[in-house]
Design a protein around this ligand. Structure first.
Ligand code: SAH
Ligand code: SF4
Ligand code: F3S
Length: 444
């Protein structure tokens, strides 16, 4: 009988991507099929996130919930991967002794062997090493039935922002060789993919070997991917302001396939806090990037991430953040209250801002961004958008959900055969964060 695999994913798109790879590798080696019911599964995997304390705690409560399944199904194996696994390693198997396998983001390709070793020995297996970029050489070719696909171009992060665990969970920045990335792109295009998202923690730090002893930077890679005729639309995430080079900004002028949306996390609008975070830029530099981008792409939509209540953040610092939001005119943002992460430098800083003050600041920031987002959505009313149809609508199975170039979801009436294709859709209504539209034409 076909064995079943259940995966629960926490955290960012890197984890979403890795979860797909886990499913790919277990399908290829063990013929496992995915299920969305944990009680049906022979293997349960948690792909974890440790970016904030809440995310990390959630894993242990979810683990406790699947534990009883082991009693009714003795062969069931439970694995923990991702960033919590990478940080805690053996400690996970100690705290939750019913966990069979602990693996990191860089060792997920070894899952079949780790699971087998556990079946053979009855002992928990832990492998959270950082074997460079070898995982990509051991993963089966990507397969997708949808019109869009992610391609990982680099792993890890070497920025060491003082609040962040990522460099410790994922290791230092490592870029995949240019030819490998382009091979992945080609394979996906052969399966009918039309939109590619280049993925990494800091994609614009990309520096991939070209095979002739030289390296390609991110600007070069974007142009190389855009050069494939079958690529209709190109995105990337996430990028860092420090490496937003003029070469990269210039690509916006020459490469219309590159979407008019950029997610460029700023974190704070106070130079004092940015320095304490070790972000490596000032607000003036950030605004200069945005100005130069808009010179190349007047309609570019900028979204961002914010951390509120970093240790030592005063009302004045927070005011500077609110000011920056107005100066830049962000159209959407993710924002969080600072969460101290053990082992990071910021966790040692004195922090006397009460939690209520921090959450009140977060609420003010979110209300303001929400207004800006509504305003930007209203401005899209009546426009005709080039939309990639992703799926049937979550709320209404009679409708389709598509994504605009500037990353908005639009719901509209259409037929399922349009999924995976582009369509021209007129925006007719704005309902909070979603847009409603009317099909103007299907694009071949
Ligand atoms: N590499 C990207 C983002 C990585 S993590 C960048 O540098 O921009 C995604 C977001 O989580 C960050 O942008 C930040 O806003 C938030 N984040 C990271 N560490 C955090 C912490 N300790 N507390 C609260 N938010 C955090
Ligand atoms: Fe974390 Fe900073 Fe790296 Fe982003 S750039 S992943 S916030 S250390
Ligand atoms: Fe979380 Fe790891 Fe991503 S900590 S945000 S899953 S890189």
């Amino acid at each position: 009988m076909t064995k079943k695999l259940y995966i629960k994913t926490y955290g960012c798109q890197m984890n979403e991507y890795d979860s797909e790879k886990m499913a790919d590798v277990l399908r290829a080696c063990d013929g496992m099929e995915q299920t969305n019911k944990p009680e049906e599964a022979d293997v349960i995997l948690f792909n974890t996130c440790s970016i904030r304390e809440k995310a990390e705690e959630k894993v242990f409560s979810d683990l406790g919930r699947v534990r009883p399944l082991k009693l009714s199904k003795p062969g069931l194996l439970i694995g923990v991967g991702g960033c919590v696994a990478s940080l805690e390693g053996e400690a996970i198997a100690k705290r939750a002794p019913y966990v069979d396998v602990v693996f990191g983001p860089q060792t997920l390709h070894r899952l079949p062997q780790l699971l087998q070793a556990c079946r053979d020995t009855g002992l928990a297996q832990v492998d959270i090493s950082f074997p460079e970029i070898e995982k990509f050489d051991h993963l089966p070719a990507s397969q997708t039935a949808s019109g869009m696909a992610f391609v990982s171009i680099m792993e890890g992060c070497s920025k060491y922002c003082t609040y962040c665990v990522v460099p410790y969970t994922r290791g230092e920045e490592v870029s995949r060789p240019l030819a490998d990335v382009l091979r992945d792109v080609r394979e996906l295009l052969g399966q009918g993919v039309k939109e590619i998202t280049l993925l990494g923690q800091n994609v614009n730090a990309y520096c991939g070997a070209t095979g002739d002893g030289d390296t390609a930077d991110f600007a070069f890679l974007l142009q190389a991917v855009a050069a494939f005729d079958e690529v209709e639309r190109l995105r990337y995430t996430t990028s860092h302001p420090k490496e937003m080079t003029q070469r990269l900004i210039d690509v916006y002028a020459t490469t219309p396939k590159l979407v008019s949306h950029l997610h460029l996390p700023v974190q704070s609008g106070s130079d004092r806090i940015l320095a304490a975070m070790k972000r490596g830029y000032t607000t003036l530099e950030y605004k200069s990037i945005v100005r130069r981008l808009r010179a190349m792409r007047p309609d570019i939509c900028i979204t961002s991430d914010f951390i509120v209540g970093f240790p030592g953040e005063t009302e004045r610092d927070f005011g500077a953040t609110m000011q920056l939001i107005d100066d830049v005119g962000f159209e959407a943002c993710f924002s969080y209250v600072y969460s101290p992460r053990p082992g990071t430098p910021a966790a040692e800083l004195p922090d006397d801002t009460p939690a209520e003050v921090k959450s009140a600041r977060l609420a003010r920031l979110q209300t303001h961004i929400d207004e800006l987002e509504q305003r930007a959505n209203q401005a899209m009313l009546g426009t005709v958008q080039h939309v990639l149809v992703e799926d049937v609508s979550k709320k209404n199975a009679q409708e389709l959900a598509g994504r605009t170039g500037n990353n908005r979801v639009v719901n509209f009436c259409g037929t399922p055969d349009m999924i995976g294709r582009f369509a021209e859709v007129k925006i007719t209504r704005v309902v909070r964060h979603t847009l409603r539209g009317e099909l103007i034409s299907k694009t071949s």
